[in-house]
Design a protein around this ligand. Structure first.
Ligand SMILES: [Zn+2]
Length: 304
């Protein structure tokens, strides 16, 4: 596989410097999360929610990649162990110390291809994507990394999309896809321990509120890895190709430009979300964000 070979070459040449850069980038973006109420809200995503009065204080408009992904491969990961083994804090009581109370709905159908996860809509605590596989596309990640994974349907669509891009002379690479809940949780709890809950929430995703935990989201860059999960990806030929063609394969640019107040995230031309072809085409044709399309209140209208 030519793509694989060239990817490996890039990998060897850039080595840890590239990954370190990506790790820093990823560590610096991210959604501020909310405390979980823990209750499961049964309302379907189509239900129209009346937005409460706008808060005078906007939530921090952060990048989704702040999720606290320590992309730098650990020795274990390079040796073939799964990537999700985030350092464990001693004891688990810390998790219970995170105060509930902020308005955070738990999504009713986490396994739906069109599930809406954002700063106000959290995956259930016990949810694990049921059918994760390794998509056969180039990645800027070690071969065995858990973060390559996507759910089966999304993975197949991703392979088709990468092949179509290649046929158009566009060589794409996966930066990061699935993030295990336990990883996100351990990471967030470490941040809480270090900086306190309020501060941690401004730069790291509250566990369960990252789209990457669904197995339906992937950050994509060009094969050279330049501008991976970074604002300079905007305007590149890869970003333009994705914006124009992704919907044909069931993907959308989840955090469009100028919609920060609705999605809660800055423009992320690299963050692609699989929703299924019908939905992706409908969303793109509507010109709406996923929140607007499903009648979900803008993130900025609720407590940050
Ligand atoms: Zn992302």
């Amino acid at each position: 596989m030519k793509g694989q070979e060239s990817m490996e070459r890039v990998w060897k040449q850039r080595g840890s410097a590239l990954l370190l850069g990506a790790a820093v980038l990823l560590a610096m973006t991210g959604c501020s999360g909310q405390a979980a109420s823990g209750e499961v809200i049964q309302s379907p995503p189509q239900e129209t929610v009346t937005p409460p009065p706008a808060q005078e204080e906007q939530p921090p408009q952060t990048s989704e990649e702040q999720e606290g992904t320590d992309v730098k491969p650990s020795q274990e990961e390079e040796a073939g162990k799964p990537a999700e083994a985030a350092p464990q804090e001693q004891g688990t009581s810390e998790q219970e110390e995170i105060p509930a109370g902020l308005d955070l709905e738990v999504v009713a159908e986490p396994a739906s291809m069109a599930v809406l996860v954002n700063k106000q809509h959290k995956l259930p605590e016990s949810y694990e994507p049921p059918d994760l596989v390794f998509p056969n596309v180039p990645y800027l990640l070690p071969e065995k990394s858990e973060r390559r994974k996507m759910r089966q349907e999304a993975a197949t669509a991703l392979e088709q999309m990468f092949a179509a891009a290649k046929a158009d002379g566009i060589q794409l690479a996966g930066v990061s896809a699935y993030r295990p809940h336990a990883y996100q949780k351990d990471l967030f709890n470490r941040y809480v321990k270090k900086d306190g809950l309020e501060k941690a929430r401004t730069y790291s995703a509250y566990p369960g509120t990252s789209e990457h935990e669904t197995g339906l989201a992937i950050d994509i860059s060009g094969i050279d890895g330049k501008c991976a999960a970074s604002s300079c990806f905007a305007g590149t030929k890869e970003a333009i190709w994705l914006a124009e063609n992704a919907a044909d394969y069931g993907f959308i640019v989840r955090y469009p430009e100028g919609k920060e107040a609705i999605t809660g995230y800055i423009y992320e031309p690299w963050h692609m979300r699989y929703v299924g072809v019908e939905t992706s085409k409908a969303i793109v044709e509507s010109g709406l964000t996923m929140e607007e399309y499903f009648g979900i209140a803008p993130v900025s209208s609720q407590n940050p």
